[in-house]
Each structure stands twice: as C-alpha cells, then as structure tokens.
Design a protein around this ligand. Sequence first.
Ligand code: SAM
Length: 197
Amino acid sequence: MIKLNFGCGPFHLDGWTNVDYQNKWEPAPDLHFNVQNPEYPWEKNSVDFIYASHLLSLFWESDILDILRQWHSILKPGGVLRIVEPNFEWFLDQYFKKSETGKVVFESSVLKTKRDLDDVRRSGKQFYTPAHQFQWDYNRWGHKFLFDSETLEAFLRKGVGFSGVKHCAINLSPHKGLNNIDRQRSSGGELFVEAVK
Ligand SMILES: C[S@@+](CC[C@H](N)C(=O)[O-])C[C@H]1O[C@@H](n2cnc3c(N)ncnc32)[C@H](O)[C@@H]1O
C-alpha cells in the first residue's frame, strides 16, 4: 500500500512515506521531494492515499491546480486524497465578531495558540485593526490562497476531476486508513476534505 504525506514538516505519520522539500525538520522527511516537480517518482494509478495538511494554501491558484492534477494522476482509481487547510469562512466569522466589539486584542481566536501569542510579543508588532492583525497572522506562514469548503470542492471536482468529495470532521474519515491522522486539536479554523479519484 502506498500512502504519501506531502509537506509533512515535523509531523510524521507511522506507516506513511513522509515527504517534504526542506532539510530543516526533525525528524527529517523519509523523502525530500518538491511537489511542484513535474517528474513524480510514483507510477500513475499506484498510490492509495495522499494526505496534505496546510500545504496547498502556500501556492497560487494555477500551481494548486497543477499539483492537484499530479496527485490525481498518481492515485489509483478509488484512491483518496485528504486535505486540511485554513477555512476562509471561519476567519471571516472571527473578523466580524471582532469588528462588532471594536476590539483588537491578541487574545482573540484569530491568534489562537500560545505559540501565536508569543510570536506576536516577540515581534513587538502593533496592530491597528482586526484586518491588519489577520493579514500578518495569515501571511507570516507564507500562505497565498485561502479556501472555503465550496472553493476547495470546486477545485477538486471541476478543476481536476475528482469525484466523491466529502467534508469531514477532524480525525474522522469513512476510510479506515485516514482516521485519526490530523494533528490539530480543534476543527474550528480548518477544513478537512476528502476526494476520491
Ligand atoms: C505549513 S507547513 C505544514 C506542515 C504539516 N503538514 C502540518 O500540517 O503542520 C508546510 C510544509 O510544506 C512544506 N512544503 C512547502 N512547499 C513545498 C513543496 N513545494 N514541496 C514539498 N514540501 C513543501 C514545507 O517545508 C512545510 O514543511
């Protein structure tokens, strides 16, 4: 069975080939590979599962579609792609909540983890508005594209030709091998989507 965890960073999955193009991670990836490389080392129709968490949002639209087409081509018929990405709708929701109160505070749910708050304090950054804060938070990780569930589904179905697109809850999947692989603690800010070839 071939299971590929693309853009794994330091978050390896047991029994999977953990793939990343950077050397800096500990543990190191099982395979160094750039997902934008047009020459994939896997045969067409040979891969059972692909997992990509917080990877596609680092690219512009045309690159996202090229990468998705490569993944579609190496998946077996019936193979499944599981994608986790930040959720545009959730960010908007947070933004409007903040705007209602008129407050710009770091202890908001946009900057939600202790690590996020520490990063802000270390940066000495002053935010004037919720939108200012949001853009700093989103762009500092190199994000370029922000999906909502509808757009991600349209890319998968209409842009690439996947069928059976399903919106999942965190750590849940109808496919046994894809359960309990998400590292996130809550599903508030993220989309969990699966697509079958
Ligand atoms: C935001 S991190 C996500 C890490 C992990 N998947 C997670 O959910 O936390 C994005 C990862 O994708 C990797 N990455 C970015 N561009 C890549 C590319 N072109 N090919 C392979 N990996 C890439 C980065 O090195 C980084 O480890």
